[in-house]
Design a protein around this ligand. Structure first.
Ligand SMILES: Cc1cc2nc3c(=O)[nH]c(=O)nc-3n(C[C@H](O)[C@H](O)[C@H](O)COP(=O)(O)OP(=O)(O)OC[C@H]3O[C@@H](n4cnc5c(N)ncnc54)[C@H](O)[C@@H]3O)c2cc1C
Ligand SMILES: *[C@@H]1O[C@H](CO)[C@@H](O)[C@H](O)[C@H]1NC(C)=O
Ligand SMILES: *[C@@H]1O[C@H](CO)[C@@H](O)[C@H](O)[C@H]1NC(C)=O
Ligand SMILES: *[C@@H]1O[C@H](CO)[C@@H](O)[C@H](O)[C@H]1NC(C)=O
Ligand SMILES: *[C@@H]1O[C@H](CO)[C@@H](O)[C@H](O)[C@H]1NC(C)=O
Ligand SMILES: *[C@@H]1O[C@H](CO)[C@@H](O)[C@H](O)[C@H]1NC(C)=O
Ligand SMILES: *[C@@H]1O[C@H](CO)[C@@H](O)[C@H](O)[C@H]1NC(C)=O
Length: 586
């Protein structure tokens, strides 16, 4: 080999290894959203995509595949358990925030319930400044992503109704009803009771108007009887693509191009491999952060993108001044009660009741609308103060006004009541409010701890959130004390009618909720898709403000809470975001 040739050989060999570590797109987090992005971007074979995921591939794990949602599956190997302490409003209790650690992320461990929310909540995203993001546009992506499996006649018998026009039939994500939802007497009696309370049955809660009583579908494969998580739906069909690679590791930070242009330019990520080595992976085009509402803000902060006051305390130089990072974290407030059944129920129960403010507050609704409207400014001021002014009081007030308008003028559903068969002669009734005004925050706890966030839950910190939860709790109690559902109920085993009678006072309710309200694990908003002036982190192309090529796609960019659960919205948002990213190729 002559000198020239061997030099050329060496150069080629060098390029080959370097290229092995460089992709067009690198995604931090192969969870619910991350695998949607990975699948859609790698559809074009000339685009290379890598996903860096901290968890394992658990697609063959029987515990993961099982459609019996078991809290026993919450072991540390596939679950993050982030600690937090509530404020005095909730008795300074310890709270745990859970999330999935696996290919598929939280979709591999969650309850699989698929509920999108109310039309007006999506239309509000556009009003807040996100051009093109509204019910109609997101709805088309819901359909694109979904393969709805219509219920069998036996399932229809027990309430599994549907409207085919609101579902997709050829997308990657299976959505349907479990083989046995219930062949007992629960459905007929529950339906009759809710009907007598003014919340009669509806055909389908995924068409943007979920008010009423209905069976909720779940992301599962009814024929095989297995969970459909994002790994099965979006990774399995793309796995063989040579332009898509999954790397096991934990992303620490973005690496930046040198220079100080107007916009920060990412060159890739730095991640920790399973053996503890720090490895750099290059991104020719862009990096996408899909590490969940708890972890995406941490990656931004560790990379110098965030609130300069917070970054300074952590000893991190500010690269992009973006105070909204980690703020406006919104969850649902959830409460559980249990009832003893006088007749055992067979099978599963997957029914939801979703009421509006009018359903919950009755004749008091309009006076509450007026009195709470007057309080928005003071709530916004107080919330802004808890974050040392990270988002201005006027920006929060503007967001609150839109939320208030949704609750009181657009008549969105403000709560969900969801019973479950405990299988041991009991019925677990969980209920939660959908659009609380108590927002928290999530930040990096220390410069090098990318694993454990510092979470300020801040639940029930406004009087109205407590009023809403109390009113929804009363509605729940009333349902289980109203015929014919009473035919099935022997007693309230927890908290029990002695502790919380049917005519309990506001004070009794406040005491009960202070000790028992929990975080629903439906966290959104910590990297909100909003203009920067409103405390936003990403723009309507899901690109981080002040950067040229950093996107965030997961629950964190959903700017306001939704009625329903967060998994379906994450899928819809991720499908639409993938298209926005692809649009920049043209
Ligand atoms: C117990 C439980 C039950 C739930 N039940 C329901 C339900 O029935 N219906 C519903 O709609 N919603 C439910 N949810 C909520 C819903 O599942 C989540 O909101 C949604 O799945 C979040 O998707 P995501 O893409 O934002 O994050 P995730 O799916 O959590 O994905 C984030 C991924 O990033 C990885 N990651 C994190 N940090 C790093 C890092 N630094 N480097 C590399 N990888 C990283 C994680 O391992 C994970 O795989 C439930 C949640 C929980 C916890
Ligand atoms: C914990 O979860 C893993 C992954 O699902 C499973 O293999 C293991 O058996 C579980 N362990 C326990 C003790 O539940
Ligand atoms: C709450 O968590 C802290 C820190 O983990 C622990 O020290 C404390 O004992 C916990 N308190 C309760 C009541 O469990
Ligand atoms: C009713 O439920 C039981 C127990 O879950 C199940 O074994 C049985 O097959 C079901 N019957 C029908 C008709 O679906
Ligand atoms: C909302 O409900 C109120 C009270 O029932 C009603 O007057 C109003 O017309 C409703 N608004 C919409 C948009 O449905
Ligand atoms: C319901 O089933 C459980 C568990 O099998 C049993 O302990 C209980 O006695 C049953 N209750 C009734 C009312 O049949
Ligand atoms: C209800 O269940 C609780 C706890 O499981 C039990 O203590 C109580 O006796 C039960 N009440 C009835 C009426 O079955």
């Amino acid at each position: 080999m002559n000198t020239y040739k061997s030099l050329q050989f060496l150069l080629l060999a060098y390029l080959a290894t370097a290229r092995g570590d460089t992709f067009d797109y690198v995604i931090a987090g192969g969870g619910t959203a991350g695998l949607v992005i990975a699948n859609r971007l790698s559809e074009r074979s000339d685009i290379t995509v890598a996903v860096i995921e901290a968890g394992d591939d658990v697609r063959q794990d029987p515990g993961v595949q099982s459609i019996d949602f078991l809290f026993a599956n919450f072991n540390a190997s596939i679950n993050y358990q982030y600690p937090s302490v509530t404020g005095p409003e909730l008795g300074s209790r310890n709270l745990t925030y859970r999330a999935g650690k696996a290919l598929g992320g939280t979709s591999a461990i969650n309850g699989m319930v698929y509920i999108r929310g109310d039309k007006a909540q999506y239309d509000a995203w556009e009003k807040l400044g996100n051009k093109g993001w509204n019910w109609n546009s997101v709805f088309s992506y819901y359909k694109l992503g979904e393969r709805f499996i219509a219920p069998s006649s036996a399932q229809i018998e027990v309430g599994a109704t549907y409207d085919a026009s609101v579902h997709g039939d050829s997308g990657p994500l299976d959505n349907g009803f479990p083989f046995i939802i219930s062949n007992g007497s629960f459905y007929d009696k529950a339906r009759a009771t809710w009907e007598s309370l003014g919340l009669g049955p509806i055909t389908d809660l995924n068409g943007g108007d979920p008010r009423g009583f209905v069976a909720a579908p779940q992301t599962l494969d009814p024929e095989a009887g297995v969970r459909e998580d994002s790994a099965r739906a979006y990774y399995t069909p793309a796995e063989a693509r040579t332009n898509l690679k999954v790397i096991k590791g934990t992303v620490k930070r973005i690496t930046w191009a040198s220079g100080s242009g107007k916009q920060a330019v990412a060159t890739g990520f730095e991640y920790v491999s399973p053996s503890g080595a720090i490895i750099k992976v290059g991104a020719r085009k862009e990096v996408v952060i899909s590490a969940s509402a708890y972890r995406s803000p941490l990656i931004l902060e560790a990379s110098g993108v965030g609130n300069p006051k917070i970054l300074k305390k952590l000893g991190i130089p500010t690269k992009v001044n973006l105070p909204g990072v980690g703020e406006s974290m919104q969850d649902h407030n959830i409460v559980a009660m249990t009832y003893n059944l006088s007749n055992n129920i067979t099978g599963r129960i997957g029914y939801a009741t979703m009421p509006t403010a009018q359903d919950v507050f009755g004749s008091k609704t309009s006076s509450l609308a007026a009195s709470t409207f007057k309080k928005l400014r003071s709530w916004a001021k107080a919330l802004s103060a808890t974050s040392d002014g990270a988002i201005s009081p006027s920006a929060i007030e503007r967001r609150f006004r839109i939320q208030h308008d949704l609750i009181f003028n657009k008549n969105i559903t403000i709560a969900e009541l969801f019973p479950t068969n405990t299988g041991d002669g009991g019925l677990l009734e969980q209920f939660w409010t959908s659009m609380p005004f108590s927002w928290g925050s999530v930040h990096l706890s220390s410069r090098d701890n990318i694993e454990v966030p510092s979470i300020t839950a801040n639940l029930l910190s406004t009087d109205f959130d407590l009023d809403m939860l109390t009113a929804v709790g009363r509605l729940s109690q009333k349902a289980y004390a109203t015929a014919p559902l009473t035919d099935l109920i022997a007693d309230n085993s927890s908290p029990g009618y002695t502790k919380l009678p049917l005519d309990a006072s506001d004070e009794q309710w406040a005491t009960f909720l202070k000790a028992n309200a929990l975080n629903a694990l439906h966290v959104v908003g910590s990297c909100a898709m909003l203009p920067k002036e409103l405390g936003g982190v990403v723009d309507s192309d899901v690109k981080v403000h002040g950067t040229r090529n950093v996107r965030v796609v997961d629950a964190s960019i959903i700017p306001m809470q939704l009625s329903g659960h967060t998994m379906a919205p994450v899928y819809g948002v991720a499908e639409m975001a993938a298209d926005r990213i692809k649009a920049s190729w043209k």
